[in-house]
Ligand binder design. Structure first.
Ligand code: FAD
Ligand code: SF4
Ligand code: SF4
Length: 410
């Protein structure tokens, strides 16, 4: 049967990265916010078959593959859950302002500023709050420190950083990319068919990711304060401390705050997109450096000065971390172990162990399957035991049969 981009959406596999828009061209396919609060490709005209094939070969909804052998090093530590690591450390941005303003300890922003100021890249591609619609997120280019800091902080709702990725490659300038692990997977997929990716995308950096919420969650947050989107001038999910408050400022000068745990304390209320439930790599296995929170148990017990977990995954990531430490851009305070990561990210351990069974549940329910490779999913499932696998397989089978893992085309 002929491939159709809408099938990726209908089968709940699209995560809204935007790369298909960049490949097809905005006149043929445009990322659109759906009524359910998800960014999805909307076809404006039928796509030629070769464009659809290209999209299927790069789309992280249907294809995620672990690092290629050239990036694997037998001397680096590996773990069934956490994958490869050249160095694991706890640290933070050396600049106290960056550390305070950013999501956690400012690691990603500090690395981006270092890359720009050392001349290693010309710009950073990442995301920031939209200026026109401040509750929403959009792709953001940073050429200097102040632009990097405009993008600092976690944007938990939908974000499509790759909407013009191929057009940025056309510039033939070196840049770094910060994106969720699925966004990084899209870039790695594209690198297999477009040699310009390895030439111009010098570094891939990623936050460890618990999942991307629907925009309706953000609407629910502001509704608690009796607000509507048109009134909102700023919605910051966290930052200005670690984790810092969720803060809303209205265009007419009113401010509202709620603590991180008030908003995010209950994982069941995160309104995650369907694709996140079967995410085979939410821990940045394909990034050069992945960065996490380091809260024991996975939730903050209060405010602190901001500490990141750094996972340097490749030689390039290891070298960048060393240079950034030497230049006093980041402080690496103490080593971290894979078992520390289990403690900091229990939800990531549960998810990695559940993915194979959930994908089997989808298969049994007759749903279209993604292609996941080199991510140790069967080994992780085996370690989780029969009961865990049965529960996840049956749960996904039922959800799929009830249509809960599917969605209409945009
Ligand atoms: C959707 C989401 C889920 C998360 N889930 C977890 C989790 O399960 N465990 C955990 O430890 N931490 C999670 N985090 C937080 C993450 O740990 C911190 O962002 C990370 O520690 C980096 O902190 P920092 O202070 O170095 O970031 P900063 O210096 O503030 O930099 C953050 C960077 O991430 C980019 N960014 C923010 N939001 C997005 C987005 N939606 N898509 C693409 N790029 C984005 C920004 O543009 C910025 O460059 C999540 C973040 C996000 C955005
Ligand atoms: S995951 Fe990305 S490339 Fe795939 S369909 Fe969705 S927006 Fe397009
Ligand atoms: S959980 Fe996975 S699919 Fe969902 S946003 Fe994070 S990296 Fe992407």
């Amino acid at each position: 049967m002929a491939q159709d981009v809408n099938d990726i959406v209908r089968n709940g596999l699209c995560i809204g990265c935007g790369l298909c828009q960049s490949i097809a061209g905005e006149n043929k396919l445009k990322m659109t916010m759906t009524a359910a609060g998800r960014l999805r490709p909307s076809l404006i005209q039928p796509l030629p078959a070769e464009i659809t094939t290209r999209i299927y070969s790069v789309c992280p909804g249907v294809r995620v593959e672990g690092l290629e052998s050239r990036d694997n090093d037998p001397d680096f530590a590996t773990d069934p859950i956490w994958g490869q690591s050249a160095r694991l450390s706890i640290g933070y941005a050396a600049d106290p302002h960056v550390r305070f303003k950013a999501s956690t300890g400012g690691a990603l922003s500090a690395l981006c500023i270092y890359l720009l100021e050392s001349g290693r890249v010309d710009f950073i591609l990442h995301v920031a709050a939209s200026k026109a619609q401040p509750m929403r997120s959009e792709r953001h280019l940073s050429f200097d420190r102040s632009q990097v800091l405009e993008g600092a902080g976690s944007r938990y709702g939908p974000a499509a950083p790759l909407v013009d990725f191929c057009q940025l490659l056309d510039l033939e300038r070196p840049f770094a990319f910060v994106g969720k692990p699925c966004d990084v997977a899209a870039v790695r997929n594209l690198a297999k068919i477009d040699p310009r990716v390895d030439k111009y995308v010098r570094y891939l950096l990623s936050p460890v990711c618990g999942g991307a919420s629907e925009l309706t969650l953000s609407h629910n947050i502001i509704a608690r304060f009796g607000l509507e989107e048109a009134e909102v001038g700023l919605l910051r999910y966290r930052g200005n401390g670690n984790p810092g408050p969720t803060r809303i400022e209205t265009k007419d000068g009113r401010t509202f705050e709620a603590s991180y745990n008030e908003v995010w304390g209950d994982e069941a209320g995160w309104q995650l997109q369907a694709r996140c439930k079967i995410c085979p790599d939410a821990i940045g296995e394909q990034a050069d450096i992945a960065v996490s929170d380091v809260w024991p148990g996975g939730s903050p017990q209060g405010e602190d000065a901001g500490f990141n977990g750094f996972i340097a995954r490749t030689h390039k990531g290891l070298e960048l971390l060393k240079q950034a430490e030497r230049a006093n851009a980041v402080c690496l305070e103490r080593p971290m172990s894979f078992r520390d990561l289990d403690l900091f990210q229990p939800h990531q351990v549960r998810k990695k162990q559940a993915v194979a069974a959930r994908v089997l549940g989808m298969l049994l329910a007759g749903q279209m399957l993604p292609r996941f490779r080199r991510l140790r999913l069967l080994r992780s499932a085996w370690d989780a035991g029969l009961r865990h696998n049965l529960r996840n397989c049956l749960g996904m089978f039922r959800r799929s049969r009830q249509g809960k893992t599917r969605e209409p085309a945009a």
